[in-house]
Every structure is written in C-alpha cells, then in structure tokens.
Write a protein that binds this ligand. Sequence first.
Ligand SMILES: N[C@@H](CCC(=O)N[C@@H](CS)C(=O)NCC(=O)O)C(=O)O
Length: 200
Amino acid sequence: MATLLYSLASPYARIARAVIRYLNVPNINEVISNPFENNANLVEANPLAKIPCLIFDDHCALFDSEVIIKYFDEKYGNNKLFGEKIDWQRAADFSMVKGLVDSAVGLRQEQMREEEGVRSRFWTERFEDAIVRAVKHIEAKKSNLYEVSGLSAEQLVLICALDYLDFRHPHLNWQSRAPQLAKWANKQIQKSCFLETQPK
Ligand SMILES: N[C@@H](CCC(=O)N[C@@H](CS)C(=O)NCC(=O)O)C(=O)O
C-alpha cells in the first residue's frame, strides 16, 4: 500500500490520479493534503512541500508528477504511456505539455498575488502568451500530439492541462483558438480516468 497526497484542484496531482485509473494501479490510498498547510507528512516526504507526493510504507517517497507516472508506467503499464525506448520528439512534446501546466499554474499564482497587491503584469502576460502559443502550436500540428490513437503520456498530460485552462482560465478561451484540438480533447475527456478526477 502507498499513499498519494493530492489536492482536488492540482493539475499535477490529477495527472498522477488519472494514470492510477488508466493503468489500474493497485493499492494506492489517495489522501487530500493542501500543500500550503505544510502538513508534517508532506514536508517530511518532500522538502519542497509540493503535491503530488507518493509515500510508501517504508517512508520512501516519489515526487514530482513526471517521476510518479514514469514509476507507475514501468511497474504496472508495460511502458505503454512512455514507450520502451526514448523518442526525442515525444520527449520534447512531453516537456511542452508539462510546461503548459507550469504556465497555467504560474498564471494562477499571479491571480492569487492580487490579494497581496503584488500581481505582476509582466508575468501575467508572459504566462498567457506562452499558453496561447503552445495551444496554437499544437492546433497547427507542429507536433502530432492529437493525431495518434491510444493515450500516450504526453496526451494524458495535455488533456489535464487543457481541462485546467477551462477550470482556472476560461477567459483565455483556448477552445476557440484551437477548434480541432478542442474536438479531440472533448472526446478524450469522456474517458473514466478523466471524469473521475475532474478538478474542483
Ligand atoms: N513539478 C511538480 C510541480 C508540483 C506543484 O507545483 N504542485 C503544486 C500544486 S498545483 C504545489 O504543491 N504547490 C505548492 C507550492 O508551490 O508551494 C510536479 O510536476 O509534480
């Protein structure tokens, strides 16, 4: 048995939780932990106090989301998410979609700084521009992210990223900027691994 610390809103934690469902990973106890509360079990396991964090019975821990899902894929998925051999183009696509999540979370953090009166216009615009460029890049098929069948690691992260944009940044209206991508994503999102982990 291992414990996965997560929050309902975190797109990184959702990636791990979607993979648990998609690969039928057994014996995981999912426990809500708000990282900003610095709970002792989280801070002891991950000095960065970030979720998701996977804690084993012997107190060993795995983080971040990429490491956790690579572990699940190797142990329970026969490498069906990442593939047996490194494909560098796919690795770059993975970095782009994970960077899309990073920019969306960075933008959210800027919104939260509003309350402290320290929101940066420079960083807000920079995050928004990166998000819009990445979505348009994918729509223009500069990667083959949404053309292959099945569900790869980069596609799974992309779905979590796009759904997080709908959840936190609807003003960016990504679906109207990338209608073909939206059509594909709206079909994928019906998979139970995504329906059961919708952000709240
Ligand atoms: N690179 C990490 C990022 C994890 C992360 O930043 N999680 C957020 C929640 S969305 C968090 O725990 N934030 C707390 C903090 O930044 O102190 C991953 O992929 O898991």
